[in-house]
Design a protein. Sequence first.
Length: 143
Amino acid sequence: MKLSAILILGLFTFLALTASKCNKENPPKAIVTVVDQEGHYLSGATVKVYSDPTYYNNGQGYPSVGYYNPDEKTLYDIQVTDGAGQSYHSFKYESIYSVKVTYIKQIIHPGPHADTIFWYGEGALILKVDKTYPETVTVYPGS
């Protein structure tokens, strides 16, 4: 009787230890919020999150974490901000990513004329497994 109790206890301990090792890791994620100089959220801004694999292992065999453009030799994800000025990005691996934001603002003048102003901003993301990294990028009018 004591032997079977010890075996059952040992089996439950084994199952508990091995089950905890089966937890699947969540991919690294980022939420980029785009604002103007006055802190207003900007919807419709284009957010490019990218990494250049040539920085990591001389461009040889780097695994894909997003769209890979062989001409530019970059990994990137492009999203457009929603009504709250946010874009959402998810990647396969941990890494440090650069962020470039472009926003087109049109100023309507009386009459048939309008001016188009391009706004730009930059940032960086440090993405880790099981984490969501928030980053706010402020855009400024370009020349």
